[in-house]
Design a binder for this molecule. Structure first.
Ligand code: PLP
Length: 359
């Protein structure tokens, strides 16, 4: 009865994870309690939290000099929380604009310090990542911010910027756990959980320890990284159920072979769709080939009068949530970790059929 869900989020999760959560809903491991009903300071939840963190650290190969924080507020919350915690070191930060999400981050940060746009993809209409030779980095910036994957635009970094001694900060909301990354090259990584990790309501933050302790005085204590790190992310009540489900996802990803396996799986899936789009004159995807997202594939029908029929036919075949983001229209296939290759193959098959009927 399960469909192929091409939703950009919140949350498309692996079926075994959902089944386990359902099985354990009323009685977690003989305790007679749902995880939602447990004290976050009790031994049961502490064990859930500790296993989730250990597996996340192992999957991402996070060095011990980094703290892992389980927070709330989502990535939009982090757009303010990051500058509140980090910008105070010098009062200025560099932002690289590659689409709607990074533009939003820069705008929010300007409330807390001086924001400098080090590079923008505006000239390409946000269809490519500006090459680093075009970036104008400020050596006195407190950090450089990027969005590693623009969920709406479908533009992804396939290289790690070199920002020298200035810490690199990345919003990885829509591509975390989809591929291997070298955490050591970043000062801070944040991500809303709700694409590849779990239900919305949980935000993961990975922060290098030496960046803690510089929060602006106005920073709410629940959003102060240092206080949260000292309290093991329990300064306030954490999103316990979301942490539990994310923990199940981390276990599942490990079982599937970790991030190297995810990366191969995601590359194979995206290739099926992009290879087809390249050959079609009925559909188009305007993103520069080397910067195309492996997670979110926006595409347009050249004749948009067929949009409704396209979506209706997809739904009838059990392929849901293909409508593009409201700000850009068209279609978007989000193919996160939980999307099987069969889902992408079924989509391409349907796109071919639709093209032969309407092209
Ligand atoms: N950043 C990126 C890259 C996203 O994809 C999203 C949400 O989809 C956000 C930020 C906003 O996240 P939230 O709604 O959790 O605040």
């Amino acid at each position: 009865s399960r469909v192929f869900n091409f939703s950009a989020g919140p949350a498309v999760l692996p079926e075994p994870v959902l089944r386990q959560a359902a099985d354990e809903m009323l009685d977690w491991q003989g305790t007679g309690m749902s995880v939602m009903e447990m004290s976050h300071r009790g031994k049961e939840f502490i064990s859930i939290h500790a296993e989730a963190e250990a597996n996340f650290r192992e999957l991402m190969d996070i060095p011990s000099s980094y703290k892992v924080l389980f927070m709330q507020g989502g990535a939009i919350g982090e757009n303010a929380i990051v500058p509140m915690n980090l910008i105070g070191r010098t009062g200025r930060a560099d932002y690289v604009l590659t689409g709607d999400w990074s533009k939003k981050s820069a705008k929010e940060a300007a409330t807390y310090g001086q924001v400098h746009v080090a590079a923008t993809a505006a000239a390409s209409k946000f269809t490519a990542v500006p090459s680093q030779s075009e970036w104008k980095l400020d050596p006195g910036a407190a950090y450089v911010h990027i969005c590693s994957n623009e969920t709406i635009g479908g533009v992804q970094f396939h290289w790690t910027p070199d920002t020298g001694s200035v810490p690199l900060v990345a919003d990885m909301s829509s591509d975390i756990l989809s591929r291997r990354i070298d955490v050591r090259k970043y000062g801070l990584i944040y991500a809303g959980a709700q694409k590849n990790m779990g239900p919305s309501g949980l935000t993961m933050v990975i922060v290098r320890e030496d960046l803690l302790g510089h929060a602006l005085a106005i920073t709410p204590s629940a959003f102060n990284y240092q206080l949260q790190a000292e309290a093991d992310s329990m300064y306030n009540t954490p999103p316990t159920y979301a942490i539990y489900v994310a923990g199940l996802v981390f276990r599942h990803v490990k079982k599937m072979g970790g991030l190297a396996a995810m990366e191969a799986h995601n590359l194979a899936k995206a290739n099926v769709l992009y290879d087809f789009l390249e050959t079609s004159s009925f559909y188009r995807n305007p993103i520069a080939k080397e910067d195309r997202s492996l997670m979110n594939v926006p595409f347009w029908l050249n004749d948009e009068s067929h949009n409704d029929a396209f979506l209706k036919g997809a739904e009838q075949r059990g392929m849901l949530q293909l409508k593009g983001h409201r700000s850009v229209g068209g279609m978007r296939a989000s193919i996160y970790n939980a999307m099987p290759i069969e889902g992408v193959q079924a989509l391409v098959q349907y796109m071919k059929e639709f093209e032969s009927r309407h092209g």
